[in-house]
Design a protein around this ligand. Sequence first.
Ligand code: UDP
Length: 253
Amino acid sequence: MSRRKKIYEGKAKIMYEGPEPGTLVQYFKDDATAFNAKKKEVIDGKGVLNNRLSEFFMSGLNQIGVPTHFIRRINMREQLIRLVEIIPLEVVVRIHAAGTLSERLGIEEGTLLPRPIVEFCLKDDALGDPLVSEEHIVAFGWASQHDLDDMIALALRVNDFLSGCMLAVGIRLIDFKIEVGRVWDGDFQRLIVADEISPDSCRLWDIESGQKLDKDVFRRDLGDLADAYTEVARRLGVLPSNVTHTPKPTLVN
Ligand code: UDP
């Protein structure tokens, strides 16, 4: 690993040069951050779980014709992905009210919205990823109107897929964030889902109990984050056999 060229290191992942042109290796770290990295912790096993979960969601999307950057998983913490030009926007889809939407508009967390709502935030840590309108996006040239239409269509297809996956295992998808990248196929450019899809970027509540199974466990100090992510992975049937986060042995009489 040390001989590979590091292209970029973010809060939760590192990108290395890939084995072929147009590819990257995405490495999932155990670091958890929240509130623009003001809160930080290393959560044993988180990277392994998110690598598996992102593989599960991205490969499922590829299989139903929603294009993503995912090519294949390499090992416990790494996956091979397509190199994309990241659009500098976070695309948030909200099905139920939570987080900043609830704060901004005074809607109780968990309220079902009249329809899925797509929001855009500018990817800029120094500004705290501010919410921006489609007018801002087109006027400042962060994406074209055509890109916006494609991003909304992609985000809504991801929503249908993710909501269905989660409902099948007794989990309610509250909201999620995706990132979108531009790729060139010959002379044609198209937009594909990039970055990751994991409990770091979704809100997931147990349907029966309402228990939170996502990064809010860390943001709001609600318990053990790895336990929550392990539960999501277990329900989806993607728990790696040798994940480090296993219950401690108990004495048998
Ligand atoms: N989200 C994310 N990265 C961010 C901001 C938000 O993955 O930098 C996800 C978050 O986990 C949630 C959704 O986007 O699933 C909506 O988040 P919200 O705007 O409510 O902000 P938050 O409360 O997470 O700050």
